[in-house]
Design a protein around this ligand. Structure first.
Ligand SMILES: N[C@@H](CCC(=O)N[C@@H](CS)C(=O)NCC(=O)O)C(=O)O
Length: 223
């Protein structure tokens, strides 16, 4: 089994977290940088990480990969048996994927282009704040996202919220977001699981290196 990953990608971190929690012997191929290499496009024309290769099968999309891993390696189970909890779990992960992370990634062009009056960045932050509020609404306010143990919802939310915490301060000149109360409480417990702490650390190390390169490039352009 081979996972094409990037240390900085929260979507790839979600899959690495499942792999580590289940002790799966997978080769993790780190593909830093963008655009991704032609080898990845040859396997998956979407050209995104994570991409999983297993027994001749190529699977794109982090959510699909995580559910596949849970099905072929059932222990420890990361999907609760109750349909209601499964629905809650999938709703939380989907809200984070579709409404929060699409807006967070919309900030990327402004990392290199800048945003002279901050208007575009502020508009994106308004949408991020709305998505954080929507996610907060559906969070139960307990230690884990659903039930009393770590599930696939946490595997999505921990890297996503970790990435939000790294990227958003970069735009503090133009806009700031504060976590709504349940998300703030959830964030404070995100490192409780050692494997979750591990992927958060990997993501932060890769993000800091990316940020240094970005700041160096901007300083050079300003001369
Ligand atoms: N919906 C996809 C999103 C994956 C995604 O956006 N991956 C980004 C990195 S976070 C990527 O590979 N972008 C292409 C690139 O960096 O060139 C998923 O859930 O896997």
């Amino acid at each position: 089994m081979r996972l094409y990953s990037s240390s900085m990608s929260p979507f790839a971190a979600r899959c690495r977290l499942v792999i580590h929690l289940k002790g799966i012997a997978a080769e993790i191929v780190d593909l830093p940088g963008s655009p991704k290499p032609p080898e990845l496009y040859a396997l998956n024309p979407i050209g995104k990480v994570p991409t999983l290769e297993h027994d001749g099968l190529v699977i794109p999309e982090s959510e699909v990969i995580c559910e596949y891993l849970d099905e072929i390696h059932p222990l420890p189970p990361l999907l609760p048996p109750e349909p209601a909890k499964r629905a809650q779990l999938r709703a939380l992960a989907r809200i984070a994927d579709l409404y929060l992370m699409t807006q967070v990634f919309a900030l990327f062009p402004y990392l290199s282009l800048g945003d002279a009056d901050g208007g575009s960045v502020r508009a994106i932050f308004e949408r991020i704040d709305r998505a954080l509020g929507q996610l907060d609404h559906f969070l139960p306010g307990d230690a884990w996202a659903v039930g009393d143990s770590l599930t696939l919802a946490d595997c999505a939310l921990i890297p996503h919220l970790g990435f939000v915490g790294l990227l958003l301060p970069y735009f503090a000149e133009h806009a700031v977001s504060t976590d709504p109360p349940k998300i703030a409480a959830y964030r404070s417990g995100m490192r409780r699981d050692p494997q979750a702490a591990r992927v958060l650390d990997e993501m932060e190390t890769a993000y800091r290196a990316f940020e240094q390169r970005l700041l160096a490039r901007r300083a050079k352009e300003a001369v």
